[in-house]
Design a protein around this ligand. Structure first.
Ligand code: AMP
Ligand code: ZN
Length: 468
């Protein structure tokens, strides 16, 4: 199977050739854990989950290692931990440990509900401080970094090909890196590898005094330790291309005698909400956790997969409703049939998934095949094997992983009204219709609709279903 991936480093789609097919390695930048993850953060998690599944299919599950880190030391975390420490009368370090453990557990539960497999390894940055210190020492020894006033900085001038991933002019890089002016810096673009901590900030002993790592060195050290100096794929959102990934390349090549950390750099496009940039100030900030209260995780996943991963994605309620409707119809079709993972390879091929996914994860191109097969199967009395095949192929994308019974039961449960209330409202509406009080009947219908309940009238009876 030939997989082609768009490599940001070369700006081309290239055939994916692992360094060692018996040890395929991928690193994806994970979340900084100080608050609930938003739906934009879910995009790289889902996209690289599909790539992980594809690599496991192509090379064999035991031969693929996927590392997604947790950034649990960072100045945004420290600021939140300091507030918590003041409010709770505990040390900042205790507050940091508590905040990051809870937020990381929440993140892992959220993305599991989106149908993502666990990565092979989920290292915490704080477990690798010694690796970071060692890497910084190697950079100083190689002439790529210097210590100044308790800080250690990367000397960008020491790396003439700095900027090879971003491919931006020095002016654009200066603007993009939001360069901090500091008297101890030799060059304006030099970035922090280590910085001093005061007594109120989390810190670790180091040759440069008590301090903490910069963000970029965290990923370089974790990737190098867990996957080796050179591995295959490095991924993240497009915003990480510069400066984060550019700096990772500079650090890893600087410390490892010029060996590139990854051969393929993959970046997902950004997600916006109802046509606007998601932001707390606009009030359109959607956490995964909140969305999961209103929508099934599989519908969120389906909605994420509808757009090619490199394109911008517009997240809308309208599309979410379509996602639920489509999944409803597919669950109605397959019922409680079991998937046949032992035949996944064959089904994978028959649904043309291999061609489309292997072409730079072109999931949107695979979708028409599912719609077509659903239409074909709906028009006849399908054999159980055909339904199992449909389910198995969808399972490959992390969809149709429930039974229809569980799917529809969960939907009914998610409605804020209980079944008795709905029945009572239907009876009251029937009574109003009998009395020709159509205004009251419509009012009851609209009130239920506002709560997500759609009534269906037939000559015999009125039934209901969940709208979403
Ligand atoms: P952060 O916690 O901000 O470092 O982000 C974690 C991951 O989510 C990174 O790979 C980001 O590129 C990605 N990300 C953040 N916001 C969005 C967004 N709106 N759309 C797509 N990816 C995003
Ligand atoms: Zn990273």
């Amino acid at each position: 199977m030939s997989i082609r991936l768009y490599n940001t480093l070369t700006r081309r789609k290239e055939e994916f050739l692992p360094l060692d097919p018996r040890n395929v390695r991928m690193y994806v930048c994970g979340p900084t854990v100080y608050d609930y993850a938003h739906i934009g953060n879910a995009r790289p998690v889902i996209v690289f989950d599909v790539l992980f599944r594809l690599l496991r299919h192509a090379f064999g599950a035991p031969y693929v290692t996927y590392v997604r880190n947790i950034t649990d030391v960072d100045d945004k975390i420290n600021a939140r931990a300091a507030e918590m420490a003041a409010a709770q009368g505990v040390s900042v370090e205790a507050a940091r440990a508590d905040l990051t453990a809870k937020t990381a557990a929440q993140f892992e539960a959220d993305v599991a509900a989106l149908g993502c497999l666990s990565p092979t390894l989920s290292p915490r940055a704080t477990q690798h401080i010694a690796d970071m210190v060692a890497m910084i020492e190697a950079l100083i020894a190689a002439g790529h970094a210097y210590a100044a006033e308790g800080h250690v900085l990367y000397d960008v001038a020491s790396k003439p090909d700095y900027g090879k991933l971003a491919k931006r002019s020095p002016d654009e890089m200066m603007a993009g890196a939001r360069v901090e002016v500091a008297p101890y810096k030799r060059g304006p673009m030099d970035f922090v590898l280590w910085k001093p901590s005061d007594d109120t900030q989390p810190g670790w002993d180091s040759p440069w005094g008590r301090g903490r790592p910069g963000w970029h060195i965290e990923c370089s050290a974790m990737g190098g330790r867990l996957l080796g100096e050179s591995f295959d794929i490095h991924g993240g959102g497009v915003d990480l291309t510069f400066p984060h990934h550019e700096n990772e390349i500079a650090q890893s090549e600087g410390a490892h005698g010029g060996h590139a950390p990854a051969r393929y750099w993959l970046h997902n496009g950004f997600l916006q909400v109802e046509g606007e940039k998601m932001s707390k100030s606009l009030g359109n900030f959607l956490t995964i956790n909140e969305l999961l209260k209103d929508w099934p995780g599989e519908a969120l996943r389906f909605n994420m997969l509808k757009t090619h991963y490199r394109q911008p994605l517009d997240w809308t309620v309208k599309d979410l409703r379509v996602a639920v409707k489509t999944l409803d119809s597919w669950y109605k079709l397959i019922g409680d049939v079991e998937a046949r993972p032992e035949n996944a390879g064959a089904y994978f091929l028959s649904y043309k998934l291999s061609d489309t996914l292997a072409d730079d994860l072109n999931i949107p191109a695979a979708m028409p095949q599912f719609h077509y097969m659903a239409a074909v199967l709906s028009e006849k009395t399908p054999a159980e094997a055909e339904l199992a095949e449909f389910k198995t192929a969808a399972n490959f994308l992390g969809l149709l992983t429930h039974t229809a019974s569980d799917w529809f039961a969960a939907k009914k449960q998610a409605v804020s009204l209980d079944e008795g209330d709905i029945r009572q409202a239907i009876e009251a509406r029937n009574a109003a219709r009998k009395a020709k009080d159509f205004a009251e009947a419509d009012r009851i219908r609209d009130e239920l609709l506002a709560k997500g309940i759609v009534l269906k009238d037939s000559p015999k009876e009125t039934t209901w279903e969940v709208k979403r």
